[in-house]
Every structure is written in structure tokens, then in C-alpha cells.
Design a protein around this ligand. Sequence first.
Ligand code: PMV
Length: 307
Amino acid sequence: MMTSACAKIILCGEHAVVYGQPAIAVPISDLRVTVTTAPAEQLTFTLVDTGMQIAGLDADTAITQIARLTLETLNIPAPKVALHITSTIPVASGLGSGAALSAAIVRILCQISGKILPDETVNRLVYEVEKMHHGTPSGIDNTVIVYECPIYFVRGQDIRFITVDSPLHFVIADTGIPAPTKLSVGDVRRLYESEPERIRPIIESIGTLVEQIDKQLVTGDIATMGSLLTQNHQLLQQLTVSSPELDYLVNAALQAGAAGAKLSGGGRGGNMLALVTPETLSPVKEALHKAGAVHVYETTLTGNTTR
Ligand code: PMV
């Protein structure tokens, strides 16, 4: 048996989403966690890329936590099976590797048991584990990964799946600097609590930008959308979550002709994204490599994505 789950990237609205503002996230279907099964004496998990192996469910790790929660929900004992896990999603870089791993584990345990859990339940289980590891996550990561569809997300509200009229091309570049989201989220909270009058308008302005970007996703005006994304980066700089490396990559992308560019996710390291056209795709990728990005990916948000 085999199953998998995709990576994700936040298009706009990160950090502000924690305070009730909207954010938009998109799946990256080319990067995935894949789980396959093999016969075994007991339930074991092997992270093939690192060689790490976990036998049974006693260890206190994200993998065993999600497995325990899933087995409880399915109301079945631990199956006697070895789970081999491989991943092409870089860890701790804002691409949702942890949530994708959890989603893939839930799915494989469902397959093994022959039972189906609705996406809503899978999402809830993955969110439980996200909370154990990321403090106060908004829930956007698990949601976009479980549904594998672009989403407009407001904490505590129904998810809206996004339809785009024409394909949008993005280049994603990794600074190579691991960036624990929990730390930047905690720092923004402290900043907000110490200077609410200054920080609240920044967070609200991010929300306004997200609403404008959402409209541009339908009209497909690349220049306007790009400018809005770059403005989002500037507001994230004011929230102190950018870094010299992220700023350098953002500037390199803009200079190479990207319509807009910004950091993505928790910030301080991890990834940035640039909105490009088919014409600027190659020069922007090249510029990002030259500027020191350790990985450069491309992803296309295709037209008429519906769910
Ligand atoms: O670092 P990432 O891509 O997992 O994104 C975190 C997004 C934040 O808005 C910073 C936090 C959250 O829980 O939404």
C-alpha cells in the first residue's frame, strides 16, 4: 500500500492570520511525503532519508502522536506493519513537512484499516499534532495540505477553496536557514503585546492586502498582484520576521523581473516566493541561484482549480 501528502506554501497573510486576519495558502503537489507498507512483527516507522527507526507507539514523537490519535479515532489496534516514509519536502523551512508527514500517516493507517475518515477529521487530527509542536498555529498549514487545494483561510471560519482563472507561476527559493515558526510567532506576539497601537495597524494592513490579492487571483492582473505581494513583504519586515538573507533573495527576484516577491511562512529563514510570468521564470530562477538560494522550486497554480 502507498499514500502521500503534499507540501504547501503561504502566498500571503502569514503571522496576521494568527490574529484573525485572512491568509491564502497553496499546495505544492510536486513535493511530497510518501508512505509505503511492508509486513512486520509490529508497527514500525522508518524515516528512509535519515535511517531513523521507531518501533511501537511508546516514543514521544510527532509520528507516534499522530499514529496514536489516528488509531484511537479509527478504534483499531496498532497494525503489524512497517511504514517506510520518504520525503522530498525540506524540513523546517515553511513548506509544511511536519503537517504533510502527519497527513500521510493518517491516510496510510486508514488504508490499512479499510476505513475512511472524512478530510475534516484528518485535518482535525493533523492540527492536534501541529499544536503539540508549534505552540499556537493558526491551522492554515494542515488545512491546505489535507485538502490539497488553494485556500482562503480565516481562523475559526469555514475554509474557502480558491478558483483561479488563469495559471499563476511562482518561484520558491530556500535560504537554507532553518527557521522554527514557533519562535517567530512568539516574537511577533511579544511585539504585539508590548506595542499594540503600532503593531495592530500593520496586522490589519496585511489582512487588507490579502483581500486585494484574493480579488487579483480572479482577475489575473499579475503586475498588481506582484506589487501587493511585495507590499506584504514590507509589512512582514516591520513585524521583524524577515532577515538579511530573505531580503537579499526578494531583491534579487525583483531585480530579475519578478512581478512581486516576499518571504513565506514564519520567516527569519526558510523560503521566499516570487510571482513570475513564463518569460521571467528562468531569469528569476537563475538570479535566485546566484543570490545563494540552496533550493529553487517552481510551482504553478492552475486555472479553474475547484473542489
Ligand atoms: O512557517 P510556516 O510556513 O509553517 O507558516 C507559519 C504561518 C504563520 O502564520 C507564521 C503561523 C501560523 O500558524 O499560521
